[in-house]
Structures are given as structure tokens and as C-alpha cells.
Design a protein around this ligand. Sequence first.
Ligand SMILES: Cc1cc2nc3c(=O)[nH]c(=O)nc-3n(C[C@H](O)[C@H](O)[C@H](O)COP(=O)(O)OP(=O)(O)OC[C@H]3O[C@@H](n4cnc5c(N)ncnc54)[C@H](O)[C@@H]3O)c2cc1C
Length: 452
Amino acid sequence: MKTIEEPAREIPVYGEYEIVVLGGGPAGIAAAVAAARAGRRTLLVERYGFLGGMGTAAGVTNFCGLHANVHGEMHRVVQGISSDLLARIDRLDGLNKPHRILGKIFAQAYDTAAYKIAADGLLGHHKVDILFHALGAGVAMDGEARIHALFVETKAGRQAIRADIFIDCSGDGDLAAWAGAPFEVGDSHGRLLYPSMMFRLNGIDPAKAGDAWRTIPQLMEQAEAKGTHQFPRKAAIVRPQRSQIEWRVNFTQLKRSDGSAINGLEPDDLTRGEIDGRRQAVEAFAFLRTVPGFEKSYIVDLPPQLGIRETRRIKGGYQLSGEDVLGCASFEDSIGVNGWPIEEHVAGDVIFRFPPIPQSRGYNELPYRMLVPEKIDNLLVAGRCASMTHEGQSAARVSGACFAMGEAAGLAAALALRGNRVPRDIAIETLQRALKGQGAFIGRDQAVPEGL
Ligand SMILES: Cc1cc2nc3c(=O)[nH]c(=O)nc-3n(C[C@H](O)[C@H](O)[C@H](O)COP(=O)(O)OP(=O)(O)OC[C@H]3O[C@@H](n4cnc5c(N)ncnc54)[C@H](O)[C@@H]3O)c2cc1C
């Protein structure tokens, strides 16, 4: 690639904080709230004008991983800050009751507008400063192991933000990568989970549609056999939202011309993915209009961006693996749990793999070491870019585990500042005690929370 030299320039300092969180998805929301609630001057930086991450920006509209199938019984195992957020969404009448996926696990749909408003309220309540419409674009380092400042591009030009500790919740590990933290992309062959363009339909007749999510897979098979339609993948998810006239559609799969997954780190790939995603959505809609109850439906929302499931995964003190998920692993430095199975978006299909039901307890613990990157001292990384293998990430990338990781990272950063230590060296028992004291379930000796 040709290059040109950018002239050196003075960058205005937007602010100086104790803790700066990059990214306002589930991990970033929880990290910022936990840090500010612990009394630390905290800023959350987000490139869009709203919070929620993939949950709102990519139209996901459904929480997975808040629950686990514990010996055949559903329990809400991710609590803490996510409970406060869900209560706020519920007060806005934007939360569904949990519903079963594949008969084995619960998920919980929500209204996107309610999520955005609830998240604003939650961060405001805890006095988190927010900087929207600011794209993180690089870092200034203080030596090789300390981040001095985060650079952001804004409508007012490039600005610098200083902090003592940074938490990378960008989903893509942007901040960690700029700082020089080691990371991986894809499985051992570089294969990534395939992205999807989500969309929502409105105008569905709920009485006529009934449990259409059960019949749609067979209708798809019949349509393909007849040659009337062709689908980019099997295992489409089409389910009702809070208002039963509105359904979300998780149906598409975006690939390059060689068949490999669109890479969310490549601008040309992203461009192609957005355009192909909308085209696939229209094709899926043409089929869905033939399903009883969907005849008068219309596309009410194509989200602001393509849904990216996996890009960089930082290398930390421990990589959560697929075996850890399937074997419901325990860790002495547990900071939360994941109850979601492995959900691999492979070429043309979605493959789910669960821990044994009902023999297993249905969740694995998440070690603090997943959040602590190699090499960089004043950085934590939470959410789908935390330290996991490709298979481990295929499970713990969903919202529930991201909320848990974010909450732990925010509190850990605050504890590090209190003890004048780097996050890597905090006393893990203190973090665990504080998390439990604030209502989080971290596994270990705690009783599994009752209820949903
Ligand atoms: C199509 C699809 C369907 C899914 N379905 C479900 C589901 O049903 N249930 C579920 O729980 N999970 C689902 N997931 C997974 C889940 O939504 C994500 O893995 C989860 O949101 C990850 O949370 P996060 O906080 O780590 O990152 P993200 O949600 O990706 O949030 C990262 C945030 O950082 C911001 N950001 C990124 N880079 C920068 C930058 N350089 N500067 C400033 N801001 C930046 C982004 O705008 C975003 O707001 C789905 C994902 C996809 C793609």
C-alpha cells in the first residue's frame, strides 16, 4: 500500500480521567458503571450516538447468556449491573419474558429504543461521563508498557484523552492492538465466525403466525427443494419481540467472494458486507412474506451496521477455551460465569454445542486473567475481544458474559487505583468479595441465584 507522511501536530487534550472505557456495548456499559460506582472519575468513549454495542447498533435485540441450564433447570446466572439495566428496560416496558432457544436455554428479547434510553439513564445515574461520536483512532504510549492517552476523531477534530487505566471494550480490541498487546484473529486457520445483517419486521399477524419460528426451518427446506428460494445459511432465527407484531430476523450470512467470512477489521470487507447484508435481508423478506401471518409485514428496521461476531481476541493471562465451556470449568480467580453454549457461525450453518444436560451445572466460570492482556500494564480488556480461543469466544461473546466481564474489569481498575497497583497485581479475593457484595454471581462457593 502507498503511504504519505502525516505532519506532526499538537493535539488538544479533551480531558483527564482516572478510568477511560472505549466502547459502549454490554462490556463497556458494565465497566463504566462499575468504575464510576467505585468512586472513580470515568469516561466512556463511543463512536455512535447511543449505547448498546452490537445489541443496538447491529440490531441484535436479544440477550443471550444471562441464563444457564443448571441440571435441567433455568437460572439467571448473570446478575449485578445487568440486573439494574434490565430493570430499567423493563420499566420502559421494553423487555420480553425469557424464551427458550432450541428447547435447552433461555434468551430474552428487548426493544432497541428502550435499551438505549435505559443505558443512558444507568450511566447518568452513576455519573459516568460519556463522549459520543468519538472514534478511537490510536494511542500515545509512555514507554512500551503504559498507555499515556487515547486519540479520538471527533467533529471538532482529533483530541487526546488521558487516563490512569484504560479498559478496551471496543469488541475489536482496537485500543489493545494500538498499544501493542498481542492478539489472535480467527481459529488456527484464521477462520472467523460469519457476520450477519439483522433486521426486524413489523405488521405481523400474531394469531396467524403462532409459533412460526418452529415451522420456518421446514418451510425453508421446502422452498429450497422447490427451487423458489436459496438461503445463505440454515438455522435461521425468527422470533417475536416485545410487541408480538414485530419479529427479529437473524437469517443472513456474509462472506467474501472466496467463501470466507467477511472480516470486520477490513474496510472493504465491511463495505461489501453492509451492501450484501441488505440485499440478503430483502431476499429473506421475500421468503418470509410467504409464511402465514407475515403476508402484510414490512422491514421496519435495518440496523446502523452489519453484525460482527468475532475479530481480534487479545492474548491474556488465560485463554478461555471450548473445553472450558463444554466442561463447565472452574477457576480460582473467577469473576463471573457464562451459561451460553458454543454457537459457531460456520459456512452455511450455525452449530450449537452444549455442556451435557442435565448432568452438568451448565455454566463455566470466567477467570480474571482473561481480562488482563500481556505486555500492557494499565489496560484491561473485556467483552468479545477478551482472551479466549476461537471456540471459547463462540460461547462467551454473547451479552451475558460480556456484562460480567465488563463489571469485573471496571471494579478491578478501581481497586488497582485504590491500591496503587497495576490491574494484573490486584488481590483477586478483594475483587471477588466486592463483586459478590454488589450482587454479581461469580460461581465458586456462591449458591446459584434462584429465579429468572
Ligand atoms: C448478528 C449477531 C447476532 C447476535 N445475537 C446475539 C443474541 O441474540 N444475544 C446476545 O446476547 N448476543 C448476540 N450476539 C453477540 C453480542 O451482541 C456481542 O458479542 C456483544 O454485544 C459483545 O459485546 P461487547 O461489549 O464486547 O462489544 P460490542 O457489542 O461489539 O460493543 C463494542 C462497542 O464499541 C464501539 N466501538 C468499537 N470500536 C470503537 C472505536 N474505535 N472507537 C469508539 N467506539 C468503538 C462500538 O460502536 C460498540 O458500541 C450477536 C452478534 C451478532 C453480530
